[in-house]
Design a protein around this ligand. Structure first.
Ligand code: FES
Ligand SMILES: [Fe+2]
Length: 365
């Protein structure tokens, strides 16, 4: 058994990870010429779309006197602060105009910048690359935005979300925790405590994360049985976790596929947002998957949200956690990966992956 002490340890627990893309808003929350606020990693952002529809993300703090830029105006080309009318380029944050300056002023307003963050739209989300809290000195090369894998030209897509009142660590380890399923997600259509059985799953390291190798999905859950029934093919599932916060799951059955991604994004120290996106090509004319995702998905997420709300009542008194044997091994790996990432940031060396080869984990769930 191993135990780690929440925020009291120095292995990355309690820390938010900089240098990654995070979803700030869903695409449909961002209309043309409207400014919208979001918070990522405790950084206030103002987001919008330029005339061409391209999204942008600035730090929502005017460099003049900290007035939130989100109270200002956006004409499709410049963001104007509502306090003294300074204007900023929406993509670079460069100051373009200071109305109070006289014609002979020596002040070079182009040297003033609002903090800005690389911003892109993908899979129905507006993503911001969180370099550092100030939104300064964007690195020369930014990795590509995470993309949900899809396997055919036509597919359906759906988005679900929820606020999780917890730290990013508790949110993320909840994503990869196999032991809570039979207790928290009890339902006739999913599983019950009586359905607990021995599991053995093979894992392997992948860049910045780990993979539960392709395997037949849990025999004790109804949706997978149904999938086998409708496709007539045996299904395989592959589940990946990738830093900082992404869980991918792919289910393939012959030519049919379902691909999903869940992210737990830190908003504030004790508040996260869970975003779930799924795409599939299974029986598009018969809305069974749509039903599972739109009706059963929110119930599933509500069960997790409720458990996290209740857990918060206890965490106020004791934020230590015990990570016990193989059922909690993935959580342990998450903290190890986090620590390895922070160390590589500090040293400039490549990340030293904490998992060195294939491992089989055994638990009951
Ligand atoms: S505070 Fe923004 S222009 Fe003065
Ligand atoms: Fe859950």
């Amino acid at each position: 058994m191993s135990e780690i002490a929440g925020s009291k340890s120095n292995d990355g627990a309690g820390q938010m990870l900089w240098g990654f893309w995070y979803p700030a808003l869903r695409s449909d929350q961002l209309q043309a010429r409207r400014l919208r606020r979001a918070i990522l990693l405790e950084v206030p952002l103002v987001l919008g779309r330029d005339k061409a529809g391209r999204p942008f993300a600035l730090r929502d703090v005017c460099p003049h006197r900290a007035f939130p830029l989100s109270f200002g105006q956006f004409d499709g080309a410049s963001v104007e602060c509502a306090y003294h009318g300074w204007q900023f380029d929406p993509h670079t944050g460069q100051c373009r105009h200071i109305p109070s300056l006289t014609a002979d002023s020596k002040l070079k307003c182009e040297r003033i910048y609002a903090g800005s963050f690389p911003c892109e739209e993908r899979d129905g989300y507006i993503w911001a690359f969180m370099t550092n809290p100030e939104g300064r000195s964007v690195p020369a090369s930014v990795p590509t935005v995470p993309e949900l894998p899809t396997f055919s030209a036509k597919y359906k897509i759906a988005h679900l979300w929820a606020d999780l009142p917890c730290s990013v660590d508790h949110g993320v380890i909840g994503l990869m925790d196999p032991a809570h399923g039979p207790f928290v997600h009890q339902a006739w259509w999913w599983r019950s405590q009586r359905s607990i059985r021995d599991k053995a799953k093979q894992f392997e390291p992948i860049p910045n994360g780990f993979r539960m190798s392709p395997h037949a999905p849990s025999a004790n859950s109804a949706p997978y049985k149904l999938l086998k029934l409708i496709t007539g093919e045996p299904a395989t599932t592959t589940i990946d976790f990738v830093l900082p916060n992404q869980r991918f799951e792919q289910i393939r059955a012959g030519k049919y596929w379902l691909s999903s991604r869940t992210t737990v994004t830190p908003v504030q120290r004790n508040l996260c947002r869970l975003d779930f996106v799924a795409a599939w090509n299974i029986l598009p004319w018969f809305p069974i998957v749509s039903f599972i995702i739109h009706v059963l998905g929110p119930r599933f997420i509500r069960q997790d949200t409720e458990v996290i709300e209740k857990q918060g009542l206890g965490l106020q008194y004791d934020d230590r956690m015990m990570l016990v044997d193989d059922a909690d091994r993935q959580a342990r790996w998450y903290f190890d990966l986090k620590a390895a990432y922070l160390e590589s940031q500090r040293s400039g060396e490549p990340l030293r992956h904490p998992i060195t080869g294939p491992v089989t984990l055994r638990w009951r769930s």
